[in-house]
Each structure stands twice: as C-alpha cells, then as structure tokens.
Design a protein around this ligand. Sequence first.
Ligand code: HSE
Length: 304
Amino acid sequence: MITVRVPASSANLGPGFDCMGLALTIYNYFDVKEYDGLFIEGVDDAYKGEDNLFYKAFQKGIAYRLLKSGKQATAPYGIHIRIRIGVPMSRGLGSSANCIIGGLAAANELYPSIPYHMTEAELFYLGNEMEGHPDNIAPALFGGFTSSMILPNNQPVKMITPVSPKWYFAALVPDVEVPTKEARKALPDTLHRTEAALNVSHALFIQHGIKTADPAILKAAGVDYIHEPYRKKLIPDYETVKELAAKAGCEAFFISGSGSTCLALSLDPQFATRLQSTLVLANLTANWEVYSCEPDISGVTILR
Ligand code: HSE
C-alpha cells in the first residue's frame, strides 16, 4: 500500500481568476493498493462508485500510460482506496482538483508492469483537461503559489512565485457549501475594458505583494472585478467576517476559489487564534471554522 498526500489549494487570490492558486498545508490522504475491482472506504456511500473523481482520474491515468506504452488493457486495473479527508469539500479549497491529482498520481505509481510513466507536464495536462482550468490543479500538483497559462496546444504551464515567510494564512470555512457550478453561473459573461485592465494589473501586483509581504500593495491589488462582487452574496456573513478579520489584523481577504471559504492573510502570528475566538462570539448565520495554515511547497507527495 502507498499513500498519496495532496494539498488543499486556494484559487484566484482575488484578481487571478482561473489562473492563480496557492497550495496550503491542509491535506487529503489516499491510501491505495492494487485490487481486483473497485473498493473505496472513508467516504459516504454516494462517493464509493465508479463516478468517484479520484477513481475516474486513476482510470484516465492508467489508460494514458497504456496508450503511451502501446499496450492494450488485458486486465481490469482495479484499486482499493482508503480516503482520509482533511480538505473540506465543496468549500472552495480545491477538493475536486485534489482528487484528480491524487488519482493521476496513484495511476502513475501502481501497476509498475505498465512500462510508461507520466511526466509532470502530462499530469498537468490531464489534470487540467479534467478540471477545465489550471488554478487548483497547478498548486495541488506542484505546491506553492502558482500562476498558470494555457498554450495554444492546450498544454498548461506554470510559474511559481515565492511566498514571503512573513505572511500568516488562515482559511475561514463556513458550514455552507457553494457548488462551483452555481458560483460560476453567477458571473456575467462580459467585462468592461477598464475593469479588465485593472484586473490584469492587480493580478501582477498580488504576486509582488505576496512575495514581498507588502500589505499596502496587497490591499490595493486585492480588488477584483471578475467574480468577487457577484459571489460574495452567496456567502453568508461575508461582509461581517471580512470586517472582523480586518479588526483582528487581516491585511488581505479573498474568496477562496468559488467560495464559501475565505482566505485571510496577516503579518501577525496570533491572527488566526484571535479571529477564531472573535468568530465564535459573533452573531453569525453560519458556523465558521478557522484553519491556520501555511503554503505547502511540495504538492502531491507519495508516502511509502
Ligand atoms: N477559478 C475557479 C472559480 C476556482 O473561481 O470558479 C473554482 O474551481
């Protein structure tokens, strides 16, 4: 049995819609072994079938290895999966990209008799193809603060920006699910040119502010015009929690991916603890849990 560890990720970081993402030290663990058939444990029955995303990615990875090896599938390539969930699901912490990268990584490790093994670029390609955008896939695969673009041949490529160790991160997770599909439907299809230009400049300066731990830059660059104005209405308590976070020392506050989680950055190491106490006492609609975390710099990791 091997264990595949995959980090959570927070996509967008405000203006970096569908292209920027940060891997966080919150993990799902998948204990996997070769098996005659499919057996999944550790999740609700609804996730134990062949449409389980980890399993679908696993099968996609095996099919790709067979294709590149010039081999026909002579036997079913089954798997036994024990899932130990640490990443809240459907909350904007990249749980689908997490399962996809986990399944592809497992497909690359099990069944060593298939000669071909996927490269990182191929894992990135297949993951992006399944997810539809690379912003969570890149940090789940590579770790770190990633910016991605898609080449004309559909191959995604990434750039990693170092994160200043002066930043402290907290994922603020309400007990409310916001399905990504719904959160994407809430967005308008067109954007005014002025706002598009602002978003481009803000995304560039987010990278600078994260690298240099400059709160003034991050504050100015944190304004997004593509998704946050439309999505904040889907998150209960958004304005109140943002205000309370600012009072507790938050320097930047983003909707994590498509929500409902919000990502808060501070220069104060006590920030997350203080904010958790504040949120417990506040009169809020949802129950909010604060996950104090750091950037994960490893990405998907095989533990033996
Ligand atoms: N960039 C994506 C979005 C992340 O904001 O919809 C969620 O998959």
